[in-house]
Design a protein around this ligand. Structure first.
Ligand SMILES: *Cc1c(COP(=O)(O)O)cnc(C)c1O
Length: 495
């Protein structure tokens, strides 16, 4: 199977090329030429498989040129051994008669980005060998916290790759900073940038577009690459857990053969929920995909009105991984639901970049609404959802997951739909101790690492091991650079 650009179907690549390039040269997103359909008995077949076997089963149909035994090795490296604290990798918990919660935060960084960033490096490293790329990849990341750490963990000690992460000196939490500066691995680097996330991000963008730097690094055998969520290698591993959750419900007898379920997903860049839509296209019985936003509700407005408009202020919320105004992966959904109309998608994206807004035609808006429901929460509702979940079910959730639970309540009140629904939980509550302690009504919250123990003492829930271990870790990185000097650490790193 070939991959095509969402802005020009004649632009084709092999799976390996699509993963190495990340983005199409026309700015479009590389997307499978066709979405494969699972055989009719696939859910029955996968039901008794381990998570790793399910990974191989799903990925096989997307990655021509990769053998099952290769994929099996990558799945073992990504999800096996000690990497995930839960043997089921993405376990599904029952909350009440029709509500379930899939926990995607048992990986090394305690957030859902591990699900993809544990797998992507192996796919990328293998893809370098399968395409005619002779150089090795240096991944540059600008992070507001979560992605940087997840990428460091994923790429550490992976062949033919190095990874250098820039974070804003004043823009990440103490725990997030400690997670990064204590990172282990022989091919990793971490550097803070004076300023905020925008400074770090625009600095990295400038490095990517610096032709002279690219030529110089090429002579030394390196090219710069990114690990961001528009790379197909990040979307693909996420399809697996939607199928996996369904199989778990089937195995537990919670749903009958072919009975549909909903998924409710806390959404930022639209990568996670898009994978759910692909799972549906493949044949996983899914009825509605519920798109949950925080007060940055650009997607709620879009799905409800057909108008995408990024011309609005960005709010800093207690669910910071969803503080986004441009949801890049939406482009792939428009491509699918417009009947793969590449010209139309290119036109919408041109309008977005020129004016920050576009309006989709009514027929397309209706098709989107048939598949998706959208809602959002404000900060008080998010905190109330954390408190209520703890009080009613003794179940501890983080602010991103809380957004989803609250929007699910809105959906049910509005539609009366009692279809079994899986809420997708994207982070451990311990990653956001301050907000969670506040939501639980703790008057004198502790700071930094002490807050981990405080939350654990109050709830009786154990601190996840990767966070508990931070106390004993050595700080390995302490460089700080000005934005204008960000090339210096890159040069030193690849010298
Ligand atoms: C990245 C992230 C999200 C948003 O996921 P998208 O794929 O960008 O929609 C939600 N919650 C957490 C904790 C995240 O890290």
């Amino acid at each position: 199977m070939n991959y095509v650009s969402t802005r020009n179907k004649d632009l084709r690549m092999t799976p390996a090329q699509a993963i190495v390039k990340g983005l199409a040269p026309d700015g479009g997103l590389m997307t499978p030429g066709v979405i494969p359909r699972l055989p009719a008995n696939a859910m029955e077949t996968m039901k008794d498989m381990s998570y790793r076997q399910r990974v191989v089963y799903i990925l096989n149909s997307y990655l021509e040129g990769f053998s099952s035994s290769e994929l099996n090795n990558y799945a073992s490296a990504a999800y096996g051994g000690e990497r995930f604290s839960d043997p089921d990798v993405a376990p599904v918990m029952q909350i009440d008669g029709t509500t379930y919660c899939m926990e995607l935060w048992h990986g090394p960084t305690c957030a859902f980005k591990d699900m993809a960033l544990q797998m992507l490096p192996h796919l990328l490293s293998a893809s370098l060998g399968k395409s005619d790329e002779k150089k090795s990849a240096c991944i540059l990341v600008a992070t507001s916290g979560d992605t940087g750490k997840a990428a460091l963990e994923g790429f550490r000690d992976v062949d033919r790759t190095r990874i250098l992460v820039f974070y804003p000196k004043d823009g990440v939490s103490e725990i997030q900073e400690l997670q990064m500066v204590t990172q282990e691995g022989g091919n990793v680097g971490v550097c803070s940038v004076v300023g905020n996330f925008d400074d770090a991000q625009s600095g990295v963008k400038a490095l990517f577009s610096d032709k002279r730097l690219a030529d110089e690094l090429a002579q030394r055998g390196w090219f710069l690459s990114s690990a961001n969520s528009i790379n197909w290698g990040r979307v693909l591993p996420q399809i697996v857990y939607y199928a996996s959750a369904y199989c778990d419900l089937l195995r537990a007898g919670a749903v009958g053969k072919g009975q549909a379920v909903n998924f409710c997903v806390p959404t930022g860049n639209f990568g996670n929920i898009l994978a759910g839509y692909y799972a549906k296209l493949m044949g996983v019985p899914i009825k509605k995909l519920i798109c949950a936003s925080n007060s940055n509700n650009v997607l709620t407005d879009f799905i409800n009105s057909g108008v995408y408009d990024r011309n609005r202020p960005l709010h800093n919320t207690i669910s910071p991984s969803m503080d986004i105004l441009i949801s890049s992966n939406l482009e792939r959904l428009l491509f699918e639901l417009s009947g793969r109309d590449d010209k139309l998608v290119a036109d919408y994206m041109a309008q977005l970049s020129e004016n920050g807004t576009y309006r989709v035609e009514p027929a397309l808006r209706d098709r989107i609404q048939k598949q998706f429901y959208a809602g959002y929460t404000d900060e008080d509702q998010t905190k109330a959802a954390i408190a209520e979940m703890w009080k009613e079910h003794s179940y501890l959730i983080d602010p991103h997951t809380a957004v989803a639970f609250h929007v699910l309540e809105q959906y049910r009140a509005e539609t009366g739909d009692d279809t079994p629904t899986v809420v997708v939980s994207t982070a451990s509550a311990f990653k956001f101790c301050d907000s969670v302690l506040d939501a639980l009504g703790v008057r004198a919250p502790k700071k930094g690492l002490a807050a981990l123990d405080q939350l654990s003492d109050i709830t009786g829930v154990e601190v996840p091991a990767p966070l508990a271990r931070l106390k004993d870790r050595q700080v390995r990185f302490n460089a700080v650079v000005e934005k204008k000097d960000m090339e210096i650490p890159v040069q030193a790193f690849l010298a």
